[in-house]
Design a protein around this ligand. Structure first.
Ligand SMILES: Cc1ncc(COP(=O)(O)O)c(C=O)c1O
Length: 383
C-alpha cells in the first residue's frame, strides 16, 4: 500500500502506555490525570444524560457552551468574542487542530512548527498537502529557558509560509511565552498572509504567579489566529475528547466547513453539562495553576534526591528530566528499559523532534495522585 503517511506508526503515547500496562509499571507517560473530574460536573453529565440531551448537537456546538467559552475569553483575556460566529466546539483539541490546518493549508504551503512539537501537527499538514518546517526552541545565556529563536523564524519565512504553529504552555518542555514574544511575532508576520494556530490546551496550568499569554489577548495577532483549547485538560476529563476553537468570523467560517464534514458535531450531553458547570463555577479553571503547581513542586522536591537533572516546568503537567548523569543510552531505549526494569513509564523527548535526534531527556506526567508520584520518585531515585 502506498501510504499517505509512510512515516507514521502507532504513537509513542499508545506504545508506552501499553508497555506500562504489560509491565505493571507506574504510567507517567501519557498525559492524563489519575483523578476524576469534579463530582458536580459528573452529576451534571448524569442529569443531562437522563434529560433528553442525547441526539445530535448543533454543528458549531451547543449555544450555551459557546456562550460560556466566549464569556471565558472576555473574563480571562479581555477578548470580546461572538459566540455564534467565532466559537466552534470540537472533538478535542486534536480535531480542532486538524480542522484549522485543513481549512487553510494548501498543497505546497509551508507550516512552521517549533520542536519539540506535539505529534499531531505534522501528519495533519502532510495530509493537507503542505510541508512542515521544524525550528528548534533554543536557550541562551541571556534567556536560559527554552524560547523561540526569532531571527531563525524570520529567516525561515518564505512566500510559501502559510501558518506558524504555537503551543504554549509547551508540551513536552513546560516552557511558556515571555512578555515580549507575542509582540515580536506580530511584528514578524505583519504585512504577510501568515496565519497563527495557537494550541493553548494547557492555558490554565501555568506556575509561579505567571499569567497565560493567550493569543486572544493580542489585538493584532488575534485577527489572524485560530486559538484552540481542550476541556479534557481543564476538567480532568481527557477521555471525553471535547475541545474548541476560537477564531475571527472569516477564519471560523472556513474552519467550520472542515469540521462539518469531519465530525459534524460533538457529544451532546457532555457539551450541555460543561455549559452548566461553566455557568455554575466560571472560576473553576483559576484553581488549576495552584493545584498542579503543588504537584510539580512535590515531584521536583522528591527528584532533587535523584541523579536526574532538571529545570522545574513553568507550565503544563509535564516535567522533563535529563538522565545523562545516569546513562549514555538513547532516550527511546532508556525509556523502555526504565519501564521494564525500574517500573516507571515516561516519554522520550526525541519523538517530539523532526528527525528524532537522540536526546538524554524524558518527559514525565505529574497529573497523578500524590502517592503515585511518591512511588515513582522513590523508584527513580534508586538509579
Ligand atoms: C499540546 C497538545 N495539543 C493537543 C492535545 C490534544 O488534546 P485533546 O485530547 O483535547 O484532543 C494534547 C493532548 O495531550 C496536547 O498535549
Amino acid at each position: 500500500m502506498d501510504s499517505k503517511l509512510p512515516h507514521v506508526g502507532t504513537t509513542i503515547f499508545t506504545v508506552m502506555s501499553q508497555l506500562a500496562q504489560d509491565c505493571g509499571a507506574i504510567n507517567l507517560s501519557q498525559g492524563f490525570p489519575s483523578f476524576e473530574p469534579d463530582a458536580r460536573l459528573l452529576d451534571l453529565v448524569t442529569q443531562r444524560l437522563h434529560s433528553g440531551a442525547n441526539q445530535y448537537a448543533p454543528m458549531t456546538g451547543v449555544p450555551a457552551l459557546r456562550q460560556a467559552i466566549a464569556a471565558k475569553a472576555g473574563r480571562l483575556y479581555d477578548r470580546g468574542v461572538d459566540a455564534d460566529a467565532e466559537v466552534t466546539v470540537t472533538a478535542g483539541a486534536t480535531e480542532a487542530l486538524f480542522c484549522a490546518i485543513h481549512a487553510v493549508v494548501r498543497p505546497g504551503d509551508e507550516v512552521i512548527v517549533l520542536d519539540p512539537a506535539y505529534d499531531s501537527y505534522e501528519p495533519a499538514v502532510t495530509l493537507a498537502g503542505g510541508a512542515t518546517l521544524h525550528l528548534p526552541l533554543v536557550s541562551s545565556a541571556e534567556r536560559p529557558e527554552l524560547h523561540i529563536d526569532w531571527q531563525r523564524l524570520r529567516d525561515a519565512i518564505t512566500d510559501r509560509t502559510r501558518v506558524v504553529m504555537l503551543n504554549f504552555p509547551h508540551n513536552p518542555t513546560g516552557t511558556v511565552l515571555g512578555p515580549g514574544d507575542l509582540d515580536t511575532l506580530a511584528e514578524v508576520v505583519r504585512d504577510t498572509g501568515i496565519l497563527i494556530i495557537s494550541d493553548e490546551v494547557y492555558e490554565h496550568i501555568i506556575f509561579d504567579g505567571a499569567s497565560h499569554l493567550s493569543v486572544l489577548r493580542h489585538d493584532e495577532l488575534w485577527q489572524r489566529a485560530f486559538v484552540i483549547s481542550s476541556f479534557g485538560k481543564t476538567y480532568h476529563a481527557t477521555g471525553w475528547k471535547v475541545g474548541y476553537c476560537v477564531a475571527p468570523e472569516a477564519l471560523s467560517t472556513e474552519f467550520r466547513k472542515v469540521h462539518q464534514f469531519n465530525c459534524f458535531c460533538v457529544v451532546s450531553p457532555i457539551q450541555h453539562a460543561l455549559a452548566d458547570f461553566m455557568q455554575l463555577d466560571p472560576a473553576y479553571p483559576d484553581g488549576l495553576a495552584d493545584f498542579y503547581q503543588q504537584k510539580r513542586d512535590q515531584f521536583c522536591a522528591l527528584m532533587r534526591e535523584s541523579r536526574f537533572r532538571f529545570v522545574p516546568a513553568a507550565g503544563t503537567y509535564f516535567q522533563v528530566l535529563d538522565y545523562s548523569a545516569i546513562s549514555a543510552e538513547d532516550d527511546i531505549g532508556f525509556a523502555r528499559r526504565l519501564t521494564r526494569e525500574i517500573g516507571v513509564a515516561s516519554i522520550p523527548v526525541s519523538v517530539f523532534c523532526a528527525s528524532h535526534p537522540p536526546t538524554r531527556t524524558l518527559r514525565f506526567c505529574f497529573a497523578k495522585d500524590d502517592d503515585v508520584l511518591k512511588q515513582a520518585a522513590t523508584l527513580l531515585c534508586e538509579l
